[in-house]
Design a protein around this ligand. Sequence first.
Ligand code: AMP
Length: 627
Amino acid sequence: MNQEYTSHPVVGIDLGTTNSAIAYIRGGKPELIASAAGQYLLPSVVLIDPKGNIIVGQDARDALVAMPDRSIAAVKRKMGSAEEFVLAGQTFTPEEISALILKELKRRADELYGEGEKEAVITVPAYFTDEQRRATKLAGELAGFLVERIINEPTAAALSFGLDHLEEDRTFLVYDLGGGTFDVSIVEMFSGVLEVKASSGDRMLGGEDFDWRLVDWFSEQMLAEHGVDPRLDIRGKALLKEEAERVKMALSTEESITISLPLVTVKDNHPLGLTVEVTRARFVSLIEDPIDQTLERVQEVIRDAELTVKDIDEVLLVGGSTRIPLVRDRISALLGRMPRSDVHPDEAVALGAAVQAGLKAGLLSESGLIATDVAPFSMGIAVLAEGPRGRARPGGFSPIISRNTVIPVTRSQKFYTSEMGQTAVEIEIYQGEHEWVKHNHRLGEFILEGIPENWKAHEAVEVTFRYNLNGILEVAARSVSSGEEMSITVQDALNRLNRQEFEESVQRLEQLWLDVPQGIEEDDDLEEMNESLMEDWDLLDELPEDLDDPDEDWDLPEDDEAPTMVHEEGKVLVRQAREVLEGVETSLQEKLLAAILELEQVLQDEEVDRIRQAMNQVTDLLIDAEL
Ligand code: AMP
């Protein structure tokens, strides 16, 4: 049993589309935790066997073809969606399936540390939306973890690498192509501080797509030969998918492979098989387009970070699909350098998650490593905006936090009433990059009432977005003159599951499972969303900045974060503020310095409220300085 922890043991988890892994810190270094059978990677596949037992991992994966209606793979792609799955007649949400995978990983940690609470850092693709992050956190909680932090996979990969290379100041490009998602990030390491500069990706692109492209190609061969589409037969389709993945992997080392399947499907009671040679060139022609798409993202992220290809010092390849030679070739050609070969594509993310967990728990304080992250999307609200022919139209998008802003971050902006006598306003929250909200992703909405009656554009509403290190968003709105305020934590994923449903879900999983999950964390209160639609006056105007009121201090919404989280956010804020201090105009510099010193001071003690207050002060000054 390992005693190297403070309060609870901490672990880092890579919850992958294809495989998952769990790691911990031992002797100041991250290490994967093996299963009882000595395996590090856990296939992310769940099966309910004919006896009703839950099986997670390789055995479940082996049963995908034989028992397609009892097994499920690649559930990560559905996280945050309302889709449900029926396994052996029982219905599951994506979070519940993920929770079963996480429970299997928890079992490994329990064997190492003994039963009891475990804190976990779980990774998600940088490009995951808010709901997907919340769904992942929820899955961790359903599995019985105290989910301390959700971090981005490329950050985790760079963290696992960074711990061994602290002395070098370098710019990394992390290219992560897994089973279901693609992520690319620029990460800078400077004096032991690891900062994600920009991220991009595609959450619907990965090795699974390459398998399906091969399945389609196999099916075309069978259609041509027998006039039968094997994809219409659920078993035939599963068999071809399994074969496709095998062929794909073999083609990473072989130039060509011949498959010979005696039975794929049946026609008029006759078995139909497939024998065909697949060359690497054929496979390349099938997957070239999506790989080229990833390269476009690579170029975009380099531009976003305001760098050029020459500024990239190291290329880290993560995710099983980066074993495909075409991927390595194209990346090397584009960036003019060979990727690092000492990063394990399947293990780096879990190891990095453990590093983050270790940093948080103070197990790696001697390393001097600090990590920051960025918001993967712009986030803002719907406003009146100028439409065609210069007329004001509802549905414009006004970003408050822009994409790639370093987090944690708090940003405020004032908006103005758009109607005379307007006493309420609907704050509609979106994420995305389009200037019109209908093309972006809606995160939620709430209504702020109690605005005093006044002329159009004479009442200001200050809207504050706070995006924390878990990538979770809090939005508050306040009428500047009446002081009336409202706030919500954006939690689409949780809105589908209230507290009672949560408990029921935990119990259901427990019944299916053998052991009892521990320490379910009390989550944020679920907000009742006001469904009533406001009539004409549901929109804000963002324009008349000249009506600006002096900024007033106001408290951010209370939360139930652990003090350590607030401390950590505070420390990051101190560092960010110190970094920009010199560039701030002289009139604000002194105030900012005083606020930073005060924040440093209150960070010495435990009072969350005081820390929050001091953080708000610093943030307000940064906003005043337009930084
Ligand atoms: P990950 O999500 O990082 O676990 O990556 C899993 C994906 O990598 C799956 O789609 C695998 O089929 C794919 N993969 C694993 N090994 C190889 C390989 N040798 N060649 C090609 N793809 C691979």
